[in-house]
Design a protein around this ligand. Structure first.
Ligand code: NAD
Length: 419
């Protein structure tokens, strides 16, 4: 039986895509290499924040099925690749999953199929890496099958913008490929924006994330000197953002996390350096500033204890919120990890609280998880708000803590130390 689309990679990006396509009446098959993911989904269990078990049940009810049987890919009229694009050991792009998923598609490719890459990657990937692999099938891109890139813009935990109402950029290898891909996405996304080609679509995604990365670095650098100058940077940002044009607010924090912001700009800077031989200086500087934030926060924490004649060595330090962003469970690249490592290297007696995280590992050990938040707050020498989950009444907690360090600027209480 044929299906409208096979989604390869059923994670934070692939599953919401599959869900939206199904809701719009498309028939969808899921393909993944992880037996855990396949078994879980087919049993109605979600492993991503934005989809509940009920949502998976609803998808299954409408014919969705997850498989690791590659031969089933041939039954789909479109194949969308949403697999991870991490960094390799040397800090460069690791296209291993993308290439392996592409090979699976190539082995099963049939004439007329639309193949779309959604994974974030460096400019040229679709044409230079995917195209030759897919053409090993004997079919020619732009002639026998359609090839396009469409960056995923999903923002996990965002209650307003989801797959359907976030405009979707689509760039094909040829104008006809673009048109086929636009027609495909228009079946389940409100606004589809055609790009000139695959490279423009690939670079648009990297510009978006690099812009964010650099602006976060800007306020992170400002946070340091504003503290020295006794200026409340959060108040500065509140004032600046009253300007209705030409300014967008970004906020400092203990570092950047997640699968996108700390990683994607590297794809661009690596590509510029390896192809053109010169650095993308903005990215490299932003990388440097953002990467040092956890150790800066650890130093400030030490200063707060020192001011009361206490040492970090042996101090009871409670970390609140260890995920990379508020109100989700995803801990990938969370700055809480390097912060905890820095505090521990100074001898801190660490514990953590997070409503979304059951177990948190630091190196080889499992960090003590606090169950009774009120008691833990009162007994800690220092409480650090690392991630501001909605369930934290920060001012109230700050009022009860012996010392409270707010790295997110959410407290108004003068008892709290702010970044
Ligand atoms: N998570 C986000 O918020 C976000 C937002 C925008 C873009 N992206 C990009 O989307 C891509 C996917 O990210 P994600 O967060 O969904 O990853 P994820 O880790 O949540 O999911 C990826 C899935 O792909 C599967 N997989 C790995 N290799 C495979 C293969 N060869 N064939 C089939 N399946 C395979 C994994 O088992 C996993 O289930 C990345 O390029 C990422 O940069 C992510």
């Amino acid at each position: 039986m044929s299906v409208d689309v096979v989604v390869l990679g059923l994670g934070y990006v692939g599953l919401p895509l599959a869900q939206e396509a199904i809701r719009s009446g498309l028939t969808v098959l899921g393909f993944d290499v992880s037996p855990r993911v396949i078994e879980g989904l087919n049993a109605g269990k979600s492993h991503v924040d934005d989809l509940s078990d009920e949502s998976i049940g609803e998808m299954l009810g409408k014919g969705f099925r997850a498989t690791s049987d590659e031969s089933e890919i041939s039954s789909a009229r479109a194949a969308v690749i949403c697999v991870p694009t991490p960094l390799s050991e040397d800090g460069g792009p690791d296209l291993g999953a993308v290439l392996s998923a592409t090979r699976a598609v190539a082995r099963q490719l049939t004439p007329g199929t639309l193949v779309v890459l959604e994974s974030t990657t460096y400019p040229g990937t679709t044409e230079e890496e995917l195209r030759p692999i897919l053409e090993e099938s004997g079919l020619v891109a732009g002639q026998d099958f359609h090839l396009a890139f469409s960056p995923e813009r999903i923002d996990p935990g965002n209650a307003v913008y989801g797959m359907k109402n976030t405009p979707k950029v689509v760039g094909g290898l040829t104008p006809a490929c673009t048109q086929v891909a636009v027609d495909f996405y228009e079946r389940f996304v409100d606004t589809v924006v055609p790009a000139k080609g695959t490279r423009e679509a690939e670079t648009a995604k990297l510009l978006e994330n690099t812009y964010r990365h650099i602006n976060i670095a800007l306020v992170n650098e400002m946070a340091r000197f504003c503290h020295e100058l006794d200026i409340d940077l959060w108040d500065v940002i509140r004032l600046a953002k009253t300007k209705p044009f030409g300014f967008q607010a970004f906020y400092p924090g203990p570092g950047v996390g997640g699968h996108c912001i700390p990683i994607d700009p590297n794809y661009l800077s690596y590509n510029v350096r390896s192809r053109l031989g010169y650095p993308f200086r903005f990215v490299e500087l932003a990388q440097e500033i953002n990467a040092t934030m956890p150790t800066y926060v650890a130093r400030r924490a030490q200063d707060i204890l020192n001011a009361d004649a206490l040492a970090m060595n042996g101090a009871k330090v409670l970390l609140l919120g260890v995920t990379y962003k508020a109100d989700i469970a995803d801990q990938r690249e969370s700055p809480a990890m390097p912060l905890a490592q820095a505090l521990r290297s100074h001898g801190a007696d660490l514990s953590f609280h997070d409503p979304n995280v059951e177990q948190w590992r630091l190196g080889d050990s499992v960090l003590q998880r606090v169950e009774d938040l009120d008691r833990a707050v009162e007994s800690a020498d220092l409480v650090i708000l690392v991630q501001s989950h909605a369930s934290y009444a920060a001012d109230e907690i700050a009022g009860r803590a012996q010392r409270f360090f707010d790295t997110r600027g959410v407290t108004t209480s003068t008892q709290a130390h702010r970044l």
